[in-house]
Design a protein around this ligand. Structure first.
Ligand SMILES: Nc1ncnc2c1ncn2[C@@H]1O[C@H](COP(=O)(O)OP(=O)(O)OP(=O)(O)O)[C@@H](O)[C@H]1O
Ligand SMILES: [Mg+2]
Length: 303
């Protein structure tokens, strides 16, 4: 269903470039229910935006359901968004229209679909997510968790083969999160929809087929295949320990511009107690390393 190879996404703003994905590899089988985890800023939402054709990768390869997303023009992207993928966002405001009823909300994405059977389909979806009893309620009258279940129904309206969910349980309590997760699992099982969920929720991570960790815009090699529950938990703990370790070593990537300027990561500067202008010694211990050193005695600044 998904094949990403060496996927790169660089966000360019007027003064900086952010490399959000740097050579990410990912393969997801048709019918898989999987989770993506990673620190804040590691590129999870960026990846989901690429998978949903909401934004274009800068380089690499990205195939979804046999379609080459790097070759899309605007029209193809829109068509793909309507026909191949469904989205569930953490923030309901992005999913829903507050002054329409639950049922009407679900019909919105079907506006462009061939006519006939829309109402019936909307009712069926409402039933699927266990919200039939609130069909006539306006969205603002529903709780966060209930709204999120409506959001899932909306995402499924056009029968997408791939469902993308960015922290779908991020804004609800544990029990509500559980119910949302059960809904997603049921959809995966009953409809065979491939589901990719970005989540920090450990409970959710423990009940999917596979967890892939992404770090600094790359998938780490730790793929956790579903084994026993206990094994999975201990794998996850290991993974978190390792992630914590690497965080302490400030493993950061910086982008060099055409004239060789780089910006040193803030944590390094803080640890070296460098503020404002400073003279630093630059050496090259080997062909792949440039070291920047704060001299023990600061040379008299001549500027
Ligand atoms: N539109 C944008 N323009 C510039 N930089 C961006 C843009 N979107 C994301 N970034 C940067 O890309 C990097 C990855 O961001 P992303 O939103 O993918 O992280 P994330 O893993 O989803 O984090 P979180 O867990 O906090 O949601 C970050 O450094 C972020 O600042
Ligand atoms: Mg995010």
């Amino acid at each position: 269903m998904i094949y990403a190879e060496n996927l790169v996404k660089i966000y360019k703003t007027s003064d900086i470039e952010v490399v959000a994905l740097q050579g990410l590899d990912l393969t997801v089988d048709d019918g898989e229910l999987m989770a993506i985890i990673g620190n804040s800023g590691s590129g999870k939402s960026t990846l989901l935006n690429m998978l949903g054709a909401l934004d274009k990768p800068s380089a690499g390869k990205l195939m979804v359901d046999g379609q080459d997303l790097l070759k899309f023009d605007g029209r193809q992207a829109m068509r793909y968004q309507r026909e191949t993928v469904g989205f569930v966002w953490q923030n309901n405001a992005r999913n829903l229209l507050p002054y329409l009823s639950a049922l009407d909300n679900i019909e919105v994405p079907m506006l462009f679909a061939p006519s006939g059977g829309k109402r019936a389909r909307a009712k069926e979806l409402l039933e699927l997510v266990g919200m039939s009893h609130r069909a006539k309620s306006k969205l603002y009258q529903l709780s966060g968790g209930e709204q999120q279940r409506i959001a899932i129904a909306i995402a499924l309206a056009n029968r997408p083969r791939l469902l993308l969910a960015d922290e779908p349980t991020g804004a609800v309590d544990t029990n509500t999160g559980k119910r949302i997760l059960e809904t997603l699992r049921m959809i995966n099982r009953e409809l065979g929809t491939t589901i990719v969920i970005v989540t920090h929720d450990i409970a959710l991570q423990n009940s999917v087929d596979r967890v892939v960790a992404i770090r600094d815009g790359r998938t780490s090699s730790e793929f956790i295949r579903k084994t026993s529950y206990a094994q999975q938990l201990s794998d996850l703990e290991d993974l978190y320990d390792r992630t914590a370790d690497t965080e302490q070593s400030h493993d950061e990537f910086v982008v060099m511009d055409a004239s060789g300027h780089i910006q040193l990561p803030r944590p390094y500067l803080d640890r070296m107690q460098l503020r404002g202008r400073a003279k630093l010694r630059v050496t090259m211990p080997d062909e792949r390393t440039i070291a920047v050193e704060k001299p023990e005695t600061i040379p008299q600044s001549d500027s």
